[in-house]
Design a protein around this ligand. Sequence first.
Ligand SMILES: NC(=O)c1ccc[n+]([C@@H]2O[C@H](COP(=O)([O-])OP(=O)(O)OC[C@H]3O[C@@H](n4cnc5c(N)ncnc54)[C@H](OP(=O)(O)O)[C@@H]3O)[C@@H](O)[C@H]2O)c1
Length: 334
Amino acid sequence: MKAFEIREFGIDKLAVAEHDEPRPGAYEVLVRMTAASLNYRDYMMVKGVYNPKLKRPMIPLSDGAGIVEEIGPGVKRFKKGDRVAGCFFQGWVDGPPTPEKVRQALGGSIDGVLREYVVFHEDGLVNVPQHLTELQAAALPCAGVTAWHALFEHNSPQPGETVLIQGTGGVSIFALQFAHAAGLKPIVTSSSHQKLQRAKQLGAAETINYKTTPDWDEQIRKLTGEGVDHVIEVGGSETMPRSLRAVRMYGAISVIGVLSGGDATVSPRPILMNSLRVQGIYVGSRAMFERMNRAISAHQIIPVVDRVFPWTELKEALEYMGTQQHFGKICLEF
Ligand SMILES: NC(=O)c1ccc[n+]([C@@H]2O[C@H](COP(=O)([O-])OP(=O)(O)OC[C@H]3O[C@@H](n4cnc5c(N)ncnc54)[C@H](OP(=O)(O)O)[C@@H]3O)[C@@H](O)[C@H]2O)c1
């Protein structure tokens, strides 16, 4: 079977290798991959920015879906023919994270999904929601679970509460779809007028162009009075200081991303003076994935897939991600 490999860092250095087809052992499931999706992490991983000490060769990408081809002895959760998606953390089934539970991250500390067949432990898979294609389901494991975790697993937001969503990438568009479905009031920022128009169609109550309105935190204060209830913080060093000014007293900031860098100097003062709840989010557990899928099914939510590339065109797909033209997810089809 064919598999992509990171041997040296750089998009141009990605290689395709021939591997033996794996066989499932006890409690393992052999999946024929049919779809995958890109996350910003994969872009950083291939470039050597995410983890310069990455073990190589490494098969890239955390997110994929496919069809169960064969099950090993003792497997109870799946049968041949089931449509499944892999969990980002293969060892985090439920409860709060521990160093042990987050040790095995696909396409990071262990080989990822960009290969024709993958053997998973049965505990590291979930069923694909019935109304979704595998391509749409391949968008879920990292970006979807992260947005779900941030919005609902630490808070019980009430309808009408405001949530600031930064940009229109994978995590942010899931956050917009989930917030809208839950009756929250999403405020979306973007560098693009066209993308903001699309965000409105998906339920954004207010939109702000962060290029033409660089003081967007002031604009949020004008729109909300006391500040937003919750911030989905994906921007990192450029956005964090403004997020601290845009949130209300005792509001929540979910710290997720580092799109503009990860070395912000943040004063502890506004956090303590405003009694803020600042929560780091690291994707999530399989139980969160399953709770998210239940909501996705109940609301018939369809992940927003911006563009689909053949899986062999990983380099083109990553280069496209680097241009930041996408809205939602970039997917790969096998
Ligand atoms: N902690 C976790 O578990 C976790 C999980 C998933 C992702 N992440 C992180 O979250 C971030 C987003 O990931 P993703 O996969 O959703 O990325 P993505 O799809 O590549 O998102 C790119 C979009 O982000 C927006 N953006 C870029 N710089 C921005 C800035 N300074 N302010 C506001 N928006 C900005 C842009 O939107 P516009 O074009 O609309 O301006 C851009 O198109 C990344 O840093 C990623 O590493 C963390």
